[in-house]
Ligand binder design. Structure first.
Ligand code: GSH
Length: 218
């Protein structure tokens, strides 16, 4: 492993789906990194030290030497340019756009609606009983769109038989849908099939929440 690669630091929380995307990217690119846990339930994201790294107080944050990047989408694009092998975006323009679209459905139209801060707000301002149904509604709406979007493109993975960007964003969201929000995956056959394929890849397994150093012991 090159010296340059060892200086990567990832601020992460074991259950964070946004951090999970980047853990997969780092694993696929064979990059070693130092894992720095940020306990979101204890509010460590609001500490002044962490907010210097990311003023909005979210994980993940990647530190690469002097460069600090927060937001999983930006981190993904940075890693793709700085460490281009193996490529996680296809060269075919249409396939590339499809990957970005699928990733952004997860990143902009699903995950923000089920984020901790939003669920906390709904639990306090509406009712604690409304948090899970709210999250489930928005996850299922996104999953329905993804099923339609990927119908004519999916192979073993989301956009064919190679792992690309869309897969890195889908795997954590499907995992969260199943394990945290009781989404009935029988309604989503393509996503269910993809989830099985992801579970068989070592780089995805190692990035799973339960395999992180800050995961509670079973
Ligand atoms: N668009 C950002 C979203 C980051 C985000 O929402 N992170 C969540 C964990 S997945 C978080 O840190 N939540 C803390 C909170 O809500 O207080 C990204 O993709 O990185």
């Amino acid at each position: 492993m090159a010296l340059e690669e060892k200086k990567l630091k990832l601020y992460s929380y074991w259950r964070s789906s946004c951090s999970y995307r980047i853990r997969i990217a780092l694993n696929l690119k064979g990059l070693e990194y130092q894992y720095i846990p940020v306990n979101l339930l204890k509010g460590e994201q609001f500490s002044p030290e962490f907010q210097k790294l990311n003023p909005i107080g979210y994980v993940p944050v990647l530190v690469d030497g002097d460069i600090i990047i927060s937001d999983s989408f930006a981190i993904f694009m940075y890693l793709e340019e700085k460490y281009p092998q193996p490529p996680l975006l296809p060269s075919d323009l249409q396939k590339k756009a499809l990957n970005i679209q699928a990733a952004n459905i997860v990143c902009s139209s699903i995950q923000p609606l089920q984020n901790l801060a939003v669920l906390k707000y709904i639990g306090e301002k509406v009712s604690p009983d409304d948090t899970i149904p709210w999250a489930k509604f928005h996850i299922e709406k996104g999953f329905e769109a993804l099923e339609k979007l990927l119908k004519d493109h999916a192979g073993r993975y989301a956009t064919g038989d190679e792992v690309f960007m869309a897969d890195l964003f889908l795997a954590p969201q499907i995992d969260a849908g199943i394990k945290r929000f009781n989404v009935d995956m029988a309604k989503f056959p393509i996503l269910s099939r993809l989830n099985k394929a992801y579970s068989e890849l070592e780089q995805f397994q190692n990035a799973m929440p339960s395999n992180q150093p800050d995961a509670p012991s079973a």
